[in-house]
Design a protein around this ligand. Sequence first.
Ligand code: SAM
Ligand code: DTB
Ligand code: SF4
Length: 326
Amino acid sequence: MPLDTETAVRHDWTMGEAEALYHRPFNDLLFDAQTLHRRYFDANQVQLSRLISIKSGGCPEDCAYCPQSAGYDTDVTAEKLMEVDKVVAAARQARDDGATRYCMGAAWRNPKDSDLENVCAMVEEVRALGLETCATLGMLSEPQAMKLKLAGLDYYNHNLDTSEEFYGDIITTRTYQDRLDTLENVRRAGINVCCGGIVGLGESRQDRAGLLVKLANLNPHPESVPINMLVRVEGTPLETVPDLDGIEFVRTLATAKIMMPASVIRLSAGRQEMTDEMQALCFLAGAGSIFVGDKLLTTANPDGDTDNKLFDRLGLRPAPAEGKPA
Ligand code: SAM
Ligand code: DTB
Ligand code: SF4
């Protein structure tokens, strides 16, 4: 298929097209993904975000991959919402370590209005440090999204996770439509959308293509598209699901890049289990962002030294914050 750059950003993708991309020879797929990536981004820069779990564990939802669900016997213990000062101190450290975006995650089905006041205070103070702000708090109503926008929230993360068809095998406590409604509320409030999914759940290639079609037919596209490789956590229902082939994961990133070329594709959970060579292929496929720091929300992530060495080996540079000169 020739690369049509005039109509590269489209919202009318079909399953047939997405599956055809996935099936292409690997070299052709990666070449086109990298070529398109370069039309919109500096291919040697990678944006760095830092996660913090501001409220861990005890979640009433039943997402089969998640160690924070109250329904599963994992090592994660339920905690209260962190104090604002502690969150801000950790954000200052993240900024000093090189992150440009700070993403605050809470194990909630949805925030209570009283909790939201505290999160808004965190957002205001983190933004005042010169960091971009992101939050992932579960389902949001439109007024809640408006409050976060007023506090200065730059991004909201809420994933579709998988295809609509496979979704019910993974989560039963909220619907696919609930997720689309939250994304709509975030959009209406004028907050950038961070929305992607998770692979390696035991889904088929058709399901992976289905997820990408749903994401790419959102109009506008999510500005940020995290693709997570399942981190299998003991005690969760997916603890023993078989490995997803690494090449298939890279194909997923490349297909996402071709379908949403102007969006930042984020190589998210799962880096701790990947080799340097595998991550290099992910960057070649158009991944333009990672989470840094030795912890994601509750699971391990490569530490700063490890990532610095990887960046040196690959000649990669951290991307400056949006709107700031390189
Ligand atoms: N509770 C909020 C929610 O579900 O929207 C926010 C946090 S939740 C941990 C954010 C995303 O992290 C999930 O949608 C899923 O894609 C990803 N995630 C959670 N557990 C994971 C795991 N074990 N491996 C990989 N990704 C995971
Ligand atoms: C996303 O898509 N991945 C991040 C972020 N958004 C919130 C979370 C990954 C969590 C991995 C499992 C854990 O550390 O608990
Ligand atoms: Fe709760 Fe989010 Fe984990 Fe689902 S992914 S169980 S909503 S913390």
